[in-house]
Design a protein. Sequence first.
Length: 367
Amino acid sequence: MADLRISGLHKYYGSMHAVKGIDLEIPSGEFTVLVGQSGCGKSTLLRTIAGLEEIDQGTVQISGQTVNDLAPKDRDIAMVFQNYALYPYMKIFDNIAFGLRARKVEKTEISKKVDHVSKMLSIDHLLDRYPRQLSGGQLQRVAIGRAIVREARIYLFDEPLSNLDAQLRDEMRGEIKRLHKELGKTMIYVTHDQIEAMTMADRIVLIRDGKIEQQGSPSDLYDRPKTKYVAGFLGSPSMNFITARIVTQGSGYALILENTATQLKIPENVSQRIGKYVGSNILIGIRPEHFSLNNERKPEGSGTTIEVNIDLVQPTGARTYVSFKIGQVTAVAELSPRDIRQNESNLTLNVDVNRCVLIDKDTEFSI
């Protein structure tokens, strides 16, 4: 049974249509990440689930019950906010216990639950302090503790790590994922950070302009994007998009990259989908890791290479990013540091066309 079912949900702010007819079903125990650019409607959607925003049209059901008219406290949800939302004049114990006291839970039970949660989050030594005495990472653990101590049906996270530095974000991603595994509860997590989405989610729901652009496992969206927008949103550095013309080549097809003489052979498993595009321009999406040096083992069935002049080399330690021109487009390849010799100016690269994405230029849908 689905823990959450959203049907035809619309939300307006005056003339602004923030959420546009979203349908979404989240099964029990899943970690779902709502991701998208700032202003796409993901936080608004989360707040309508929580009951913090009224719904203009559509329904929200939790465990089969329509909750449109229920107050937030009656929805069996708990929420972690971006700004922690802790009471500065209360000690950490009292902040965590606040919701339990409001529900008139027995004092001994409150102490037991706060003790358990604080040990789970490694903040049991902080219970006698005030929020002003804690670091950002500690404050976020307290905010999470206050949510999970309630043992709600669904936990909502609204960009909880955005105020933390990079190292703390890495640590807290692991903490939240570990909590999900330990608790086994449904969690819905909002972020604009694709790394958080890719590393934490069982399922990603990518939202664009108030609508769901695509949903699926992280590998589904990364390897099989349905649109140019999805392909370009996920991945860092982002996917390289190059205009190419489809031509016949023997019994198959090839791509001629714009403003170059380079031809890339189209794999047989793709050829059956592109017959109608012969003679037309499309986009080919090539991720940086889809390039490899010509002296490495070629991807089976690709049989394609490209000569490039290096514009820029950016070492990062584990990997090196190389920028170059393909026609008029600046592209980036991700290579091993050992692949690039000092002062090297030219490279011959393989392109793994089997893994590339072909996109209709007019509709921006994948072919």
